[in-house]
Design a binder for this molecule. Sequence first.
Ligand SMILES: NC(=O)c1ccc[n+]([C@@H]2O[C@H](COP(=O)([O-])OP(=O)(O)OC[C@H]3O[C@@H](n4cnc5c(N)ncnc54)[C@H](O)[C@@H]3O)[C@@H](O)[C@H]2O)c1
Length: 367
Amino acid sequence: MTSEIISSNELSKADPVFGQNSFDDHEQIVFCNDKDTGLKAIIGIHNTVLGPALGGTRMWDYQNEWEALNDVLRLSRGMTFKSAITGLNLGGGKAVIIGDAKTQKTPELMRRFGEFVHSLSGRYITAEDVGMETADMDTVREVTPYVTGISQNKGGAGNPSPITAYGVFMGMKAAAKFKYGSDVLEDKNVFVQGIGNVGEALVEHLSNEGANVTISDINQERLEEVSSKYGVKIYNGQDIYNEAMDIYAPCALGATINDDTIYKLQASIIAGAANNQLAEENRHGRILQERGIVYAPDFLINAGGIINVYAELENYDRQEIMRKTENIYNTTLEILDNAKTNDLTTHEAAFNIAQERIETRKRENSK
Ligand SMILES: NC(=O)c1ccc[n+]([C@@H]2O[C@H](COP(=O)([O-])OP(=O)(O)OC[C@H]3O[C@@H](n4cnc5c(N)ncnc54)[C@H](O)[C@@H]3O)[C@@H](O)[C@H]2O)c1
């Protein structure tokens, strides 16, 4: 720490927050620090026009603070459009905790994080994301009611991942209907990249349907476990983006559709769970469109998880969760048709509808 005055020349070299590329008129960004527990977190509230900003907390061993900040900015913005397109009365928010979830996560740290969430009086509601378990949300619940994704025995809706996977499966089937004229995935070559909580549940749906599934992951143990459980192939090649396949399902981390991969990709459909799959949503969306690859927008088809946690706030039951999640099929088909009719990328088509819903509510709110 220094109490020296930093020259304005030094200060003006960078716009550390509002000048970031990922900054998109976010309403509020909260930096949380607690020396005793080692907590360093950032809460991003992108937009609260439709309701409180709901989105999970990710704990990740970021290389530096820029990475963490950019992740929370991108993820919280994504939540705004995810809830808007799904018709939920929720805004977009997300939190990141800087650190290794395996070694640095403690109940004390999670409670302290919960207190920061509580200090926002419900403008931000948290849930789990990568690096978090249902049990962590139960710990947060000890200090704040502004948390979802808690255990079923504590009145919550439990692990959202199987519901997310079901929604992705529905979105994938809709994309197949659009591309091939039939939503039957039997014998289609599907590559599932990342077989964690969501990826495994997706593999189960695909296997039940008779798809020809290949899995990849950086965790060899997981690969062997999932392969033997569902009888699916493990990818052993060098470059998944160079492989012949019908459907690519990214279910690990974001930005796998980028300048290095986009021209190699041989799939005719992209449909997966990962958030922010397109490194640059407009430019890469346009290239996919030109190449005739149908991209099922991530924030549309991976909304099952948020539908599941929203049930905790609105008190709807499992049947309603499944009905809303199944409806991802219809919404995806509508968006794909809309994009084709209006010569838009599928991302733009989904984004425009979400944005319109927010603008309409904003006008109503200001009356
Ligand atoms: N869990 C949900 O309900 C939910 C909801 C919406 C979106 N998502 C998104 O879906 C994705 C998966 O979520 P999850 O809950 O299954 O996470 P997870 O942490 O359980 O699984 C991620 C898997 O990806 C693997 N992985 C990491 N880097 C990889 C790489 N380079 N190549 C191949 N595999 C790699 C990991 O080893 C792990 O098995 C995340 O991007 C998450 O943000 C999840």
